[in-house]
Structure formats: structure tokens, C-alpha cells
Design a binder for this molecule. Structure first.
Ligand code: UN1
Length: 480
């Protein structure tokens, strides 16, 4: 893999970038995953021009051929799940089962949207004027710029690219700088599946170059972004200034409420999975564990015990539960928040130490804080690492209040055996997704994904709701 040049894909051609970036394995810093092209502004410009030129023909491409193409991509991803899962885990650091699972998710997403191609419908409405028909249809947006993060380097690109292509848009795709390998492999599969030249373009490179070009260029009709709050806000402001359509998925500070009547085992599994699996590097991670007084001590003891049993090691090693942090700068951020939580008065109940393993990597023990309060920065800001804090709540009402006391609103969980509390929570959690007796992270691929408040902006991703973003509505009036 490392000897093969990984070029950009523009107007149906694989082209070298202006420079290359080195993709490093966070489990083993001596392992170079590969070298990947880095576009300059001129190359980003060529990709946008190619997409613009290809957009009309792609919008008119036959639905059967379009569905078949997406189906081929899905089938290929599923057939190569092990190889691609390995590549993903090698470059990102999530465990191999997590990596393979993500590839399977990407494959299923393409298959889902292959079906959606054939399910495009509209409305025929009676006009208030006699002799007039009104028809409401959906048309492609045109050219869509896709900016994806490193933490799901194949599934998030899939859930943006598949609907973009399914609904007839030409795509310029900028993967994450940090983990371009899985995204490159996805682009190769899409190219080999026979997408027409220019309808799909891959432009790897820096956010400040390629991302900026997409955001500022009037030929890009819509921008779908997943990443940090800071970058998202910057992109949104620029894109709105030129009236581009935007879909932004940003951070989370997701609560998991644990009530006195919860099944302790279920609650501990939800917390471990939601807070620490995938090294806590999910915008859906449960970073605030809000626990009522009657179960607090038992929950903390059981969770700590469970954490002691986890293996933190090389992502590709059998038996690893938690892989490394993705890179040095994310590790610095995690360590900074661990120190901050201590200085704010949080009690480090478990972990938080750097770990040495056979290979040099960014290994960090999961960190659990107790005795924290809602106002602390550790409970207001997204860490994006294996760090979670427990907040003690008097009762359900206070737990619900604390759960909602955040600038974010992506996923919100509760562990309880009470139908009354579960139902009330489902109705009153200020979040785009609610999980009852399930981890806040780990979502299905065929239903809407997204949040409220500072977490998300614009229409939902995934499932049939994806049409809201990737199409624009036309109302036609037809007289006699
Ligand atoms: C999941 O929890 O299954 O960036 C997906 C993220 C989210 C995806 C989470 N957009 O972490």
C-alpha cells in the first residue's frame, strides 16, 4: 500500500497533487500507511470546474444505471470489509472489529441509497385555480462539496457521497487530512464502479486550501461538513455569506443519565461503550454520566472495575478493546482536559495515564472523573477523547435538567427500567437522538442522524431525510 501513489481523482483522471502528506499509524509511529496527494488551490479549482461541467449530464443519468452504480459500490465495500477495515484501523486507531464494522456500515449505506434512487417521488396537488395543475418535485442541488472528518473516514464520506450521487449531484469530496487512506479506497471503488468523469471528484489536501476553495466558490451549491465546532462555525459563516446551502455536523457533549432503578449491568455497558469505545473519538460519545444518588456509588465502583479489565493496545491486535488516540495534537487536547478537570476540582477516579506498549503510539488510559459539576469546563466543552465525568444528580428532574444544560444537543441517553421516566426523557431531552438503555453512540445507517443547538445546523443526514439537503424543491404550475 505504501509504495502505491495515492493521487487525487479529478474529471475522471488520477492526478498527482502539488505535494504529498504522510499517513502515520497511531498504533505504531514507525509504520507509514502511505503517501497521499495534497492539492493546491489550482487543483481544487479544477475539481470544482469538472463537477460543474459534469453536473447536468449526471442529473439526467438514467435512474437504473445510477442505482446499479451505487449498488456496485456497496457490494464491493462489503466484499472487501476485512481488507478495508484493516486499513481503516491502521490509519485511525479504532480496533479492527470497529474498523470492519464501519466498512460494513459504509457498504450498507450505498446499498440503501441505490434503492432510494428508484424511490424518488413528488406530489401532484390540486390548484386553487380551475384548470391548473400543481406539481411538486425534487431536483438535485447541483455541485455538492463534502468535507469529512478523520474519526469515521469511510462511513461519514459514504453517508454524504451516497445520497449526493443518488439524488443526482456532482461531488467534490475532501477527506480528512489525517486519515485519507480509507477515503481514497472508497473513491477508487466509486471510480472503478463507472461513475461518469467529473460527477465524482476526490481532492485530498489541507482544510485551509481545499476546504476553503469549496466553501468560497460560487460554483459549489451546497456544503456538507462534519468536524469540529470551531471549523464548522467558520465554514457556516463563509458559506452563508454567499447563500450556499449547508449541512453541518459538529460536536457533542452527550449525557448518559443513570437512574436509581437502572439495570446496573446495562448502565455500565452503555457507559463503557458510549464513553470509551472508538477511543471516545465520536461526536456521539457519552462524555457526561449523570447519575442519581441511590445508584451513584455502586455505578462508579462497577464502572471502575469494568475499566480495569479493558485492554488498551495496538488497534490491529486481537483482544484490544480500545486503540490509541489518533495523533499527537488530539492527545495533547485530551491531556489538557484531564489536567483542567483536576484543576476545576474533579476527582480522577480512574486512569488518565499515558501507556507504553510494544510499539510506540498515542496510548492513553481511559479517564473517569467523579465529583464534577455541570458548570465545569470539562462538562461544557467537547474533549473528543477517552475522558468522561460523573455528575451526581438528586433525582430524575435534576438529571434531566443537567442533561439539557449544555450548548450541544446531538445524542442523549438514559438508563432506567421505568417506563414513566423513559417516556418523559424521550419527550424532553433536547437532542436530535435519544437512546433508552443503549449507548449514546452507535447509530443505524438508514434513519436520520443529527442534532440540535450547537451540534448541528441544517437538514438531517442519512435515511430518507437526506433528500432534504441533497435536493431542492420545485413547484410547477401547469395551465391548460
Ligand atoms: C455513531 O455514533 O455511530 O463524527 C456515529 C461522529 C458522528 C458519527 C457517529 N458524526 O462521531
Amino acid at each position: 500500500m505504501s509504495t502505491q501513489p495515492h493521487h487525487n481523482y479529478i474529471a475522471g483522471e488520477w492526478v498527482a497533487g502539488a505535494s504529498v502528506s504522510r499517513n502515520q499509524n497511531p498504533s505504531d509511529l514507525g509504520d507509514l500507511v502511505g503517501e497521499y496527494a495534497q492539492a493546491d488551490q489550482a487543483q481544487a479549482d479544477q475539481a470544482i470546474a469538472a463537477a460543474r461541467a459534469a453536473a447536468p449530464a449526471w442529473a439526467g443519468f438514467g435512474v437504473q444505471a445510477r442505482a446499479d452504480l451505487l449498488e456496485r459500490v456497496g457490494v464491493e465495500l462489503l466484499a472487501r470489509r476485512d481488507e478495508l477495515g484493516q486499513l481503516l484501523s491502521r490509519e485511525e486507531g479504532k480496533t479492527l472489529p470497529e474498523g470492519v464494522g464501519e466498512v460494513v456500515r459504509a457498504g450498507n449505506i450505498f446499498k440503501f441509497f441505490a434503492g432510494e434512487v428508484l424511490r424518488r417521488t413528488g406530489d401532484l396537488v390540486a390548484s386553487v385555480r380551475p384548470g391548473v395543475d400543481v406539481e411538486v418535485t425534487r431536483e438535485p442541488m447541483g455541485v455538492v462539496g463534502i468535507i469529512a472528518p478523520w474519526n469515521f473516514p469511510i462511513a461519514i464520506p459514504a453517508w454524504k457521497i451516497a445520497p449526493a450521487l443518488a439524488y443526482g449531484n456532482a461531488v467534490v469530496f475532501k477527506p480528512a487530512d489525517l486519515c485519507p487512506g480509507s477515503s481514497w479506497a472508497l473513491a477508487k471503488i466509486i471510480a472503478d464502479a463507472g461513475v461518469p468523469a467529473g460527477a465524482f471528484n476526490l481532492v485530498m489536501g489541507r482544510g485551509s486550501v481545499v476546504g476553503e476553495a469549496l466553501v468560497n466558490d460560487r460554483r459549489v451549491d451546497a456544503i456538507s461538513f462534519t468536524g469540529s465546532v470551531e471549523t464548522g462555525q467558520r465554514i457556516a459563516a463563509k458559506a452563508i455569506a454567499r447563500m450556499a446551502k449547508i449541512q453541518m455536523e459538529m460536536g457533542g457533549k452527550n449525557p448518559l443519565v443513570v437512574l436509581d432503578d437502572a439495570d446496573l449491568k446495562v448502565a455500565v455497558e452503555c457507559a463503557v461503550n458510549g464513553a470509551f469505545f472508538s477511543t471516545g473519538q465520536r461526536c456521539t460519545a457519552s462524555s457526561r454520566l449523570i447519575v442519581t444518588a441511590g445508584i451513584h456509588d455502586r455505578f462508579v465502583a462497577a464502572l471502575t472495575e469494568r475499566l480495569k479489565g479493558l485492554t488498551i493496545d495496538h488497534a490491529l491486535k486481537a483482544g484490544t478493546h480500545i486503540g490509541p488516540v489518533v495523533d499527537q495534537s488530539q492527545l495533547n487536547q485530551d491531556l489538557k482536559y484531564i489536567e483542567l478537570a483536576k484543576s476545576e476540582g474533579g476527582h480522577l477516579a480512574y486512569g488518565g495515564n499515558l501507556l507504553k506498549r510494544d510499539t510506540e503510539g498515542f496510548y492513553l488510559e481511559p479517564a473517569l472523573f467523579t465529583q464534577t459539576t455541570a458548570a465545569m469546563r470539562i462538562n461544557q466543552e467537547e474533549v473528543f477523547g477517552p475522558v468522561a465525568s460523573v455528575i451526581l444528580a438528586r433525582d430524575y428532574d435534576e438529571a434531566l435538567h443537567l442533561a439539557n444544560d449544555t450548548p450541544f444537543g446531538l445524542s442523549s441517553g438514559i438508563c432506567t427500567t421505568s417506563l414513566k421516566f423513559a417516556s418523559h426523557y424521550r419527550r424532553n431531552a433536547q437532542a436530535g437522538m435519544v437512546m433508552v438503555n443503549l449507548p449514546t453512540a452507535g447509530v443505524d445507517y438508514h434513519v436520520p442522524f443529527g442534532g440540535r443547538k450547537g451540534s448541528s445546523y441544517g437538514p438531517r443526514e442519512q435515511g430518507r431525510y437526506a433528500a432534504e439537503f441533497f435536493t431542492t424543491v420545485k413547484t410547477s404550475y401547469i395551465g391548460a
